[in-house]
Design a protein around this ligand. Structure first.
Ligand code: AMP
Ligand code: TRP
Length: 330
């Protein structure tokens, strides 16, 4: 029997955070044996916000090394750079023509990002979710492992697949999201009501996968908590809740076990221990990354063969789409 298909990606718009790791990449790793997985570095998405070209280039390669260091095995999964497969932009155009302005303008991420960039709001931010739908639909994807913030975009991808299928006949598989109960929404260490984000202007808000031990200890020590002084898991104590979430997903222990163990103890102890748990979880990744980042030839080989494999699958779907909408084959 053919394996089911998984697709996911992350933007090379900075260095990846432990939010990216716990909400997405860690789950990608777990799917590799059971599914046929495509994991992309979505550079086309990244340019919807201003990028310094040379940084974008180095972040893209760095991100490939991080994927592999986190445990994505290029022998099992297809790793590729989005802009290397032109079918992504080509399908986006077709999907744009069946996307409703109203629906796109209701996307939370668009609303947030457009609020931040008052002047010269670019059209790429508006059609960003359509490009994401194209990414997913090109591979006849069954399952899309993402963090909570991408749920609405996934809904749109499903809507577009169904709309196209109804208009032209069965063409796309309708994908399902995979959003885990814990780790799907890691919050900023400085503001537990905001998502941890690599584009945060306050670097104390996030922990990077590549942060060194002292930085991790310092950032967790400074994490905003509350004045209740009780270690409990609830929505009145979002800071502590976030620390417990990170603890649980990194250590594999349940929240209950952790809360019981820290009963009657202070926040300081919890933070110190959490820092060590995070360091222990990231150390093997960082060691692997250091090795890989020296080996540019190897990385080049991976993304080149990844692009070939991805393109082969993507073109099958794109040809079908072009035929159905009435384009004459070349
Ligand atoms: P991005 O960095 O925005 O391209 O996101 C890549 C993946 O990481 C997506 O699946 C996001 O949902 C996930 N992600 C990003 N930030 C977080 C976070 N703070 N907590 C959990 N998942 C996240
Ligand atoms: N938009 C996603 C994010 O910012 C990244 C992304 C692009 C993606 N294309 C995708 C995720 C396809 C899953 C599937 O997090």
């Amino acid at each position: 029997m053919e394996k089911k298909i998984v697709f996911s990606g992350a933007q090379p718009s900075g260095s990846l955070t432990i939010g990216n790791y716990l909400g997405a990449i860690k789950n990608w790793v777990e799917l590799q044996d059971e599914y046929d997985c495509y994991y992309s570095i979505v550079d086309l998405h990244a340019i919807t916000v201003p990028q310094v070209p040379k940084d974008l280039r180095s972040n893209t390669l760095k991100q490939l090394a991080i994927y592999i260091a986190c445990g994505i095995d290029p022998e099992k999964s297809t790793l590729f750079i989005q802009s290397h497969v032109p079918a992504h932009t080509e399908l986006t155009w077709v999907l744009n023509t069946i996307s409703y302005m109203g629906q796109l303008s209701r996307m939370t991420q668009y609303k947030e990002k457009s609020r931040k960039s008052e002047e010269n709001l670019n059209a790429g931010l508006f059609t960003y979710p359509v490009l994401m739908a194209a990414d997913i639909l090109l591979y006849q994807t069954d399952l899309v492992p993402v963090g909570e913030d991408q749920k609405q975009h996934l809904e749109l991808a499903r809507d577009l697949a169904i709309r196209f299928n109804n208009k032209y006949s069965e063409t796309f598989k309708v994908p399902e999201p995979l959003i885990k109960e814990f780790g799907a929404r890691i919050m900023s260490l400085q503001d537990p009501e905001a998502k941890m984000s690599k584009s945060d202007s306050d670097e104390n808000g996030y922990i990077l996968i590549l942060d060194d031990k002292d930085t991790i200890r310092r950032k967790i020590k400074r994490a905003v908590t509350d004045s209740l002084g009780v270690i409990a898991y609830n929505d009145e104590q979002l800071g502590i809740k976030n620390l417990l979430d990170m603890y649980s997903v990194f250590s594999g222990e349940s929240i209950e076990e952790i809360v019981n163990r820290y009963e009657g103890k202070g926040y300081g102890i919890l933070k110190e221990d959490l820092a060590e748990v995070v360091i222990e979880g990231l150390s093997p990744i960082q060691r692997k990354y250091d090795e890989l980042s020296k080996n540019k030839d190897y990385l080049e080989k991976i993304y080149k063969s990844g692009a070939e494999k991805a393109e082969y699958q993507a073109m099958k779907t794109l040809r079908k789409v072009y035929r159905k909408v009435g384009f004459i084959p070349r």
